[in-house]
Ligand binder design. Structure first.
Ligand code: ADP
Ligand code: MG
Length: 603
């Protein structure tokens, strides 16, 4: 046994592992409170500034690390928060508390207005838009002299006062540090909830996210608004701390600095912005005489990290081993078990005259289809006959040109895919769309995005309903993993699973939201014979719960066994429909489809 394991055992005995987050919080509190013991003015000044930077970094990590949006404009948002606060305090003698609220509001609104049109662009265009925004803001700070006083900036910004007394630098520091702790807790709560899963899904696999009912656009805008608000708040503190702000404070380096801190700390890692700021900000500052080498030191740190820790400091192996909490799976039992009072709603599916042309390709050319509620309806046909296109049209991933699609009593023709998902339509994809870096359990829990009811506010403050959602969501997900036979793989990384099991994870994910209609695109492809049998039983069990299943499949024996009715497609048109017996004995079908199957089988 090597020393590191015995050391680890000792640590476990000390309860370190069990209380690791308490331990980390304790370290953070010690670090945060250290300036109070040293009492040095410089240390206090630096610590306040570091805490201000941490606020920005925590927000930016939410945006970049989780929602996957690169912003080069956060420096400008800090400037907006800072200038608004300073101007209101200096020119209008408004108290800091109100002025800073105005700063936060203006930074949030401006940020959202900037991001709104840009969110539909790709990551790099988005980054360019934010860069341009930051350029415009820094030009404005210089040119709009009547308000911003140009290059000379705003001087004599007073300290915040409370009950008629100005706060001392120590007290200002305590307020900023408290805000950092709050921001950290808020971001942790968001990240560990359905919202965090939705953000990561929107970043890594927009199709999977949409199928789970996530509005990509809304969740990214939400991440942007939160990070802009934190940047605005940081700006307010920045102004009162420095007492003078000039456009020079917010140059291009400023935005880049935040980017570097969260990359160094670890993108998309909870402690990343905290550690990143400490290293990147305090280290060179504490080097004192080496101050002028600061940029060089940054560069060297970055290079070393890129080689030795591509996922940042908190993404390094030792950090993950010591500080990452392994997902604890709490399966609720007894009376705590979630009770689904309302049974799954029974819906039928009715498609009339559905057309979809891709340029000259008539993928669908006037299809009709009817599936009874709580039955299996199969869709068969040769490759390229339009089966996937029908599933895409039903789930809103493709906008059909003509026709109607009625689920229950709702015509979903013009609806967005995430809205259709919210109606109770679950689906899988022909090639499984999983979040390959997340655990199997997280993947399945993503499916509960819509059925978990706590609002963002409740989640951020981890109120009772949010905790209940979390526990119930996990229990539901575990039950579904049990249902598809993958419970023991819950904590494995989804991308490591064999193809057939990935399909089952996808089915479990679709089932978490208890869909009324489930669309399965070739679920049996790549399954072994034993798995095929299992799949048949699984689909029958799903139907028994009341869900209507529309399944695209090539395995005719499976279809004959489980489905009530079958539609055969050929080149975008319905060739036949009816019971499996009727359809498979249809001469046209034998010629168009079975013939080819038979030939394929003979090869
Ligand atoms: P199936 O699932 O039955 O194999 P699809 O529905 O995927 O068939 O495709 C039907 C036809 O539509 C094919 O000719 C395919 O090339 C075409 N098609 C499908 N999606 C698109 C698309 N997004 N753009 C252009 N052509 C497409
Ligand atoms: Mg297909």
């Amino acid at each position: 046994m090597n020393t590191s394991t015995s050391f680890q055992e000792t640590a476990v005995r000390w309860g370190f592992v069990k209380y690791r987050s308490l331990f980390l919080t304790f370290i953070l509190l010690v670090v945060l409170s250290s300036p109070l013991w040293f009492k040095g003015q410089l240390i206090l000044f630096l610590a306040t500034q570091a805490a201000v930077m941490m606020l920005v970094a925590i927000g930016l990590n939410l945006l970049m690390g989780y929602a996957g949006l690169v912003s080069l404009g956060h420096g400008a948002l800090v400037a907006i928060g800072g200038y608004t606060t300073a101007l209101l305090m200096v020119d209008a003698q408004i108290s800091f508390w109100i002025a800073s609220l105005a700063g936060v509001a203006l930074a949030t609104v401006t940020g959202v207005l900037m991001a709104l049109p840009a969110l539909r662009l790709s990551t790099w265009y988005f980054a360019l838009v934010t860069l341009t925004f930051s350029q415009v803001v820094s030009d404005l700070l210089v040119e709009w002299k009547g308000v911003t006083k140009g290059f000379s900036g705003i001087v004599g910004i007073p300290a915040p006062s409370l009950f008629g007394r100005s706060l001392s630098p120590v007290e200002v520091y305590i307020v900023v540090a408290a805000c950092v702790v709050l921001a950290f807790i808020l971001s942790r709560n968001l990240v560990q909830s359905r919202i965090g899963r939705g953000m990561v899904a929107a970043r890594d696999n927009p199709l999977a996210a949409t199928a789970a009912g996530v509005s990509i656009w809304r969740i990214k805008l939400f991440a942007f608004a939160i990070s802009a608000a934190l940047a605005g708040l940081a700006g307010a503190f920045f102004a009162v701390q420095k007492t003078v702000i000039t456009p020079e404070d917010f140059n291009a380096d400023f935005s880049i600095f935040f980017l570097l801190t969260i990359v160094v700390g670890g993108l998309g890692r909870l402690w990343g912005p905290v550690i990143g700021t400490l290293v990147f900000f305090l280290l060179p500052e504490l080097l004192g005489p080496l101050q002028s080498w600061r940029l060089l030191i940054y560069g060297v740190i970055l290079l070393v990290l890129m080689v030795f820790a591509p996922h940042g400091i908190t993404g390094m192996k030792w950090w993950r081993r010591w500080f990452d909490r392994p997902a604890s799976i709490t399966v609720l039992d007894g009376e705590k078990r979630p009770v689904h009072a309302d049974p799954i709603q029974h819906v039928s599916l009715m498609i009339r005259g559905l057309k979809k042309h891709f340029g000259g390709v008539k993928a669908l050319d006037g299809c009709d289809l009817h599936a009874d509620s709580a039955c299996v309806h199969a869709l068969v046909g040769p490759n390229g006959s339009g089966k996937t296109t029908i599933l895409n049209a039903i789930s809103g991933f493709v906008q059909a040109d003509e026709g109607s699609i009625i689920i229950g009593s709702v015509n979903v023709m013009k609806m967005a895919p995430h809205q259709i998902a919210r109606l109770g339509v679950g689906r899988t994809f022909q090639t499984p769309k999983l979040l390959n870096d997340m655990t199997v359990l997280d993947n399945v829990q993503l499916g509960g995005f819509v059925s978990e009811k706590a609002s963002a506010f409740e989640i951020a403050l981890r109120m009772a309903r949010a905790s209940r959602d979390q526990a119930e969501g996990q229990t539901n997900a575990m039950e579904l993993l049990l249902f598809v036979g993958l419970a023991e793989r819950a904590n494995d990384i989804a991308g490591d699973l064999p193809h057939g099991q990935q399909r089952l994870v996808e089915i479990a994910r679709a089932m978490v939201s208890r869909p009324s209609l489930l669309l399965l695109d070739e679920p049996a492809a790549g399954l072994s014979l034993a798995e095929l049998d299992r799949l048949g039983i699984l689909i029958e069990a799903i139907v028994a719960k009341g869900t209507t299943v529309l399944v695209v499949e090539h395995h005719l024996e499976l279809i004959a066994r489980i489905s009530r009715s079958v539609t055969v497609l050929d080149r975008g048109c319905v060739l036949a429909d009816g019971t499996p017996d009727e359809v498979f004995s249809h001469p046209e079908v034998e010629r168009a489809y079975m013939g080819r199957e038979a030939m394929r089988g003979a090869k």
